[in-house]
Design a protein around this ligand. Sequence first.
Ligand SMILES: NC(=O)c1ccc[n+]([C@@H]2O[C@H](COP(=O)([O-])OP(=O)(O)OC[C@H]3O[C@@H](n4cnc5c(N)ncnc54)[C@H](O)[C@@H]3O)[C@@H](O)[C@H]2O)c1
Length: 274
Amino acid sequence: MRLTGKRVLITGAARGIGRAIAIAYASEGADLVLLDVGDDINGCPYPLGTASQLSTTAHVCREAGASVAECLGDVRNSGHLRAATRTALDRFGGIDILINNAGIAAPSGRPAHDVSDEEWELMLDINLSGSWRALREVIPTMITQGSGSVVNISSTAGMVGYRYFPAYVTAKHGLIGLTRAAALDYAPLGIRVNALCPGSVRDDPLLEGRMLFEIARCLAVPTVDHERTFAGAQPTNRLVEANDVATTAVWLGSDDARQVTGAVIPVDGGFTVR
Ligand SMILES: NC(=O)c1ccc[n+]([C@@H]2O[C@H](COP(=O)([O-])OP(=O)(O)OC[C@H]3O[C@@H](n4cnc5c(N)ncnc54)[C@H](O)[C@@H]3O)[C@@H](O)[C@H]2O)c1
């Protein structure tokens, strides 16, 4: 139980990697505030997590022994993130760990000159600015506490380029920039900030994630072909599972990683080493 007594805010927790991280954190003794938009977003061409999926995540975490608060909110809205922070303070008296996980994969599938203003801004607003907004709301509490850990879920798309995903790649590279800048700002105050970069993660039906499916759809290739291509490009020759990301997020968030800050940690089967 590496997270006993830790109070954790996780964004994008209704399904997928966010759900896997929530369950792993609950199993390690953490108490949770789970936030998700719980609705579709205008301009994102696929369904996002629902309120009911958020409740499912919360239910599984409670079964694992966690106290859990559910918040419907959009990371594009500072007021929603302030309310989630307030919920953590009211319920648990503080926030020890922030997991910036909420993100979208599309609109994508085109080169940079074919991206509209609206598409570009939506991607950066959610995948980059959303993490900065959450950090901005949570950091004052961590400064008062004299401790804290922020885990930004970037991507291998934050470390290398991918064709036809210019806004996603830019946002995820930007998130690594934010990680490094904030790590320096807050290290003297006892707060760590790190980036975790998953490779292509299998959509686990139990977790109801669908990003890999959506990425394959943007590229107009069948999901199985996309999975095969990625598995072949990873020296371990197997796709990353959401739980591989979650166990690394547990370590990174925990005091076991107390000397790790400003780090960019791939969980990609060696994809970015090549
Ligand atoms: N799946 C992959 O292969 C992969 C690889 C690398 C990085 N990632 C990153 O991991 C994170 C989670 O991805 P996933 O695969 O679980 O995707 P997913 O689409 O299955 O889940 C994303 C969750 O974030 C929520 N969300 C989206 N926009 C939001 C907003 N504006 N406010 C609040 N919540 C919002 C959705 O409702 C959904 O529940 C994302 O940041 C993604 O970029 C995923």
